[in-house]
Ligand binder design. Structure first.
Ligand SMILES: Cc1ncc(COP(=O)(O)O)c(C=O)c1O
Length: 412
C-alpha cells in the first residue's frame, strides 16, 4: 500500500484551522439562522422554477445569463422596488450586487476596506459570522454596548472621540439596526440619525446589515440608514435567507459605485448561482408581499411557544425581552451558569444552543447568556428541547431550582 500523500508541509502558515466534519443536526436544534421548514413556499417555488426555466432556461448557457456580473436584472429590479417600498432606499439596479448569501457580502466589504491591524466598531452583542471574519482578518473589533433600542449612541460617541485622540480612524461601524442579532431590537429613526451624524463627524462609514428586516411582527420599520444618508457613506446588505430560505444562498449589496466597482473586482466566482436568482425573481415579484406576513405570523407563534416553555421550565431563572421580530431569543441565565459549559452538556443530551460568548465582544457579560433560534424546531421540539435543557442546566449548575414554585426533580 502506498503511503497517503501529506499535504501538511504545503499549507500556508496563515490558513484558518481545519473545519470539523459534519455530524448532523442535534435532535433539538436551537442553533444557527435556520428557518421554519413548513414555511418555505415550496409550491410557489416549483411553479416559479418551471415558468422561468421554460421562458429563459436557454440563457443558462451564458455566464451571468448575459445580465452582467451584478446579477439577474429582474431580481435587482424586484429588490429596487422592495427596498424603496419597505426601507425608503432609492436605488437603481446598477447600485445592487447579487451575492452568494450576505456572508459573501461581508467578505467583499471586508476585503475591500480592511487590512490587518485595522479597527472596526461593532455592536457588543453581534453576529458570530461577522466577529469570526474580523478576527481571522486580524482586525481589532470594539464592541459598543446596546440597550433596548440598539447600539448606544453615547457609547459610540465616547469611543469615536477616544479613538480620535489616539489617532485611530475605524474603518466602519457595523450595525444590525433592524431586528438586531442576537438581541432582536429595532433602532428608532432618531437614533439612526444620530449614528449618521457621528459617522459624518468622524469620517467613519456605516456598514448596515439588514438581514432580518423583513421579519418584523407588526411589519413596521424605520427607514434604512442607507436611505437616510444624504451624504452617502453607508453600505447596505440584505438577504433572502430569512424571508425565503437560507439554503438558496442569495443576498445583495447596495453601495455607491466607488465601492461597488472595487467589490466587483474582488468577486471572482463569475457570478452567483443564476437558477436561484431566476426562481426568486419569478416567485417574489407576485408573492413576496403576501408570503412574508404569513411567515412572521408563524414565527411569532413559535416565539410565544419558546417563551412559555422557558417560563414553565426555568421560571425566573431565564430572563429575556421579547424581540420585535426575527428568529432568535437572547436569554440570560443566573450568573453562575457558564454558557460554554452548558452548551457542551446540552449537546451531549441532544440539545444544540448558541452560547453567548460566541456572539459578543464582552465575554464576561455574555458568559451566562444564550441565543436560541425558534424558527427551525417544531412547537413540540421547542417544548421538549427546553425541558431537556432545563434538566441539563439544573444538573450542571443547580438552576432552575424551582418551577412554578414546585421543587424541580430530574426527568428520567
Ligand atoms: C446578521 C447576519 N448577517 C448575515 C448573515 C448571513 O446570512 P446569509 O449568508 O444566509 O445571507 C446572517 C446569518 O444568519 C446574519 O445573522
Amino acid at each position: 500500500m502506498t503511503a497517503a500523500f501529506d499535504f501538511a508541509p504545503l499549507l500556508p502558515a496563515d490558513l484558518p484551522p481545519p473545519a470539523a466534519k459534519w455530524t448532523g443536526l442535534a435532535k433539538f436544534s436551537f442553533v444557527g439562522g435556520n428557518n421554519d421548514p413548513e414555511q418555505v413556499p415550496v409550491d410557489g417555488l416549483i411553479d416559479a422554477m418551471s415558468a422561468v426555466l421554460g421562458r429563459e432556461g436557454k440563457n443558462l448557457a451564458t455566464y451571468n445569463l448575459a445580465h452582467g456580473p451584478q446579477g439577474y436584472l429582474p431580481l435587482r429590479q424586484f429588490l429596487c422596488a422592495k427596498l424603496k417600498r419597505d426601507a425608503g432606499i432609492q436605488a437603481e439596479p446598477d447600485d445592487l450586487l447579487i451575492v452568494s448569501g450576505s456572508l459573501q457580502a461581508l467578505d467583499l466589504v471586508n476585503h475591500t476596506l480592511l487590512s490587518r491591524g485595522d479597527t472596526v466598531l461593532v455592536e457588543q452583542e453581534t453576529y458570530q459570522g461577522s466577529l469570526n471574519r474580523l478576527t481571522r482578518l486580524g482586525v481589532k473589533t470594539i464592541g459598543i454596548p446596546l440597550d433596548g433600542d440598539g447600539m448606544r449612541m453615547d457609547a459610540l460617541a465616547t469611543t469615536l472621540a477616544e479613538l480620535k485622540t489616539r489617532g485611530v480612524r475605524p474603518k466602519y461601524i457595523y450595525t444590525i439596526p433592524t431586528v438586531q442579532n442576537p438581541t432582536g431590537s429595532i433602532m428608532p429613526e432618531a437614533r439612526r440619525l444620530e449614528m449618521l451624524k457621528l459617522s459624518q463627524e468622524y469620517g467613519v462609514p456605516i456598514f448596515e446589515d439588514d438581514c432580518y428586516a423583513d421579519l418584523i411582527w407588526d411589519g413596521k420599520r424605520p427607514p434604512a440608514i442607507y436611505a437616510m444618508a444624504k451624504a452617502g457613506g453607508v453600505i447596505h446588505i440584505g438577504s433572502f435567507s430569512k424571508s425565503i430560505a437560507p439554503a438558496l444562498r442569495v443576498g445583495f449589496i447596495v453601495a455607491p459605485w466607488e465601492m461597488m466597482s472595487r467589490m466587483l473586482a474582488l468577486k471572482t466566482d463569475a457570478g452567483s448561482g443564476a437558477l436561484e436568482q431566476m426562481v426568486l425573481a419569478e416567485y417574489c415579484s407576485p408573492h413576496f408581499a403576501t408570503h412574508v406576513p404569513k411567515l412572521t405570523k408563524g414565527l411569532r407563534a413559535k416565539l410565544d411557544t419558546l417563551m412559555e416553555a422557558l417560563n414553565e421550565q426555568f421560571g425566573t431563572s431565564a430572563e429575556f425581552e421579547a424581540p420585535k421580530g426575527g428568529i432568535f431569543l437572547w436569554v440570560k441565565l443566573p450568573d453562575n451558569v457558564d454558557a460554554l459549559k452548558l452548551y457542551q452538556a446540552a449537546l451531549a443530551a441532544g440539545v444544540a444552543i448558541n452560547p453567548g460568548p460566541e456572539w459578543s465582544t464582552n465575554k464576561a457579560h455574555s458568559a451566562c447568556r444564550l441565543r436560541l433560534c425558534f424558527a427551525s424546531p417544531s412547537a413540540a421540539q421547542i417544548r421538549e428541547g427546553v425541558a431537556v435543557l432545563a434538566d441539563v442546566c439544573r444538573k450542571e449548575f443547580g438552576v432552575p431550582v424551582r418551577i412554578a414554585n414546585v421543587e424541580r426533580t430530574s426527568r428520567a
